[in-house]
Design a protein around this ligand. Structure first.
Ligand SMILES: [Zn+2]
Ligand SMILES: [Zn+2]
Length: 265
C-alpha cells in the first residue's frame, strides 16, 4: 500500500470524502423521504449508494496502490558507462535522484520522490501520482464522480418539481438550503471531472495516435486502434469490464524490463 505524506494531498482526500458523505446525507435525509414513495425511494437509495461504492472502490485503488514506481535497484548501480542502459532499452534515461535507469515516458515526481512509469501527473485529489498502474482506477473514479453528480442534479430537480405536500415551512426551507448546496457542489465537481476526463482520454488516444499514424499510414482513428490504445490503460477484455475497479493481470507483470535492467546492470 502506498501513502504519500503530502499535507495538500491529505486535505484534498478529506475534502473529497467529506463532499461525498454530505451528498449522501442530503439525498437520504432531505430529498428522498420528502419526495418519493417508499418503494421508489428505497430503489434510489440503493442505486445512489451503489454508485458511491464503485466510486469509493476506484478512488481507494487509485489513491493507495502503486502508480507504477520504477523498481529501485537492490544494489548501487555503476553509472560510469551511461550507454549500457540506453543500449538495452532504446530511449531509456537515467534518474540521478533515484539512481536508476527508467523506461521511456517515465518521470520523476518530486512529491512521491520516485520515478513513475508512464507518469501522467501528481493528483492531490487521490494524494498519489497517476501512472501506468493506476490510471485505469483514476479514470474510473472520474467516471463515477461524473455519474454521481448527474444523479444528484436530477434528484435535486425532482425535489423542486415535486415539493413535499405535508411538510412544514421550516422543513421546506432547510431542504431548499441543502439542495442548493448539493446542486452547486455537483455542478462544480461534475464540470471539473468532465474536463479532466476529456483531457486524460485525449492524451491516451491522441498523443499515441500521432506516433501510430506514421506507422499505419494515417489509419489512426480506426475503431481497432482506439481499442488497442485504451486497452493499454484498462487491460484487455470487453469495454464494459473497464468500468469495474478490479485488479488486472497487467499489474502483476508490469515493468519487468525496468526491474531486469536495474538489477542486472
Ligand atoms: Zn527518479
Ligand atoms: Zn507523485
Amino acid at each position: 500500500m502506498v501513502f504519500v505524506r503530502d499535507p495538500c494531498g491529505i486535505i484534498c482526500l478529506i475534502v473529497t470524502y467529506g463532499a461525498i458523505i454530505y451528498a449522501d446525507y442530503v439525498v437520504i435525509y432531505w430529498i428522498i423521504p420528502a419526495t418519493m414513495p417508499l418503494s421508489i425511494g428505497a430503489f434510489n437509495v440503493a442505486l445512489y449508494n451503489t454508485v458511491i461504492f464503485l466510486l469509493g472502490m476506484s478512488h481507494w485503488r487509485a489513491a493507495f496502490s502503486d502508480p507504477g514506481f520504477v523498481p529501485l535497484p537492490t544494489k548501487r548501480l555503476d553509472f560510469s558507462d551511461l550507454h549500457s542502459g540506453a543500449d538495452q532499452g532504446g530511449e531509456w534515461t537515467l534518474c540521478t535522484l533515484c539512481e536508476i535507469y527508467r523506461p521511456p515516458r517515465a518521470h520523476h515526481c518530486t512529491t512521491c520522490q520516485r520515478c513513475i512509469c508512464r507518469a501522467d501527473h501528481h493528483c492531490p485529489c487521490i494524494n498519489n501520482c497517476v501512472g501506468e498502474c493506476n490510471q485505469k482506477y483514476f479514470l474510473q473514479f472520474l467516471f463515477y464522480v461524473g455519474i454521481l453528480c448527474l444523479y444528484s442534479v436530477t434528484l435535486v430537480l425532482v425535489s423542486w418539481i415535486f415539493p413535499c405536500a405535508g411538510c412544514s415551512k421550516s422543513l421546506l426551507e432547510s431542504q431548499l438550503m441543502h439542495t442548493i448546496v448539493l446542486l452547486m457542489e455537483s455542478t462544480l465537481f461534475g464540470l471539473f471531472v468532465t474536463l479532466v476526463m476529456l483531457d486524460q482520454l485525449s492524451v491516451i488516444l491522441y498523443d499515441e495516435t500521432v506516433l501510430a499514424a506514421r506507422e499505419q499510414n494515417g489509419a489512426y482513428w480506426s475503431k481497432r486502434r482506439r481499442y488497442q490504445l485504451l486497452a493499454q490503460v484498462f487491460g484487455p477484455g470487453h469495454p464494459m469490464l473497464w468500468l469495474l475497479p478490479r485488479a488486472s493481470l497487467k499489474d502483476a507483470t508490469r515493468y519487468h524490463d525496468a526491474a531486469l535492467l536495474n538489477h542486472e546492470v
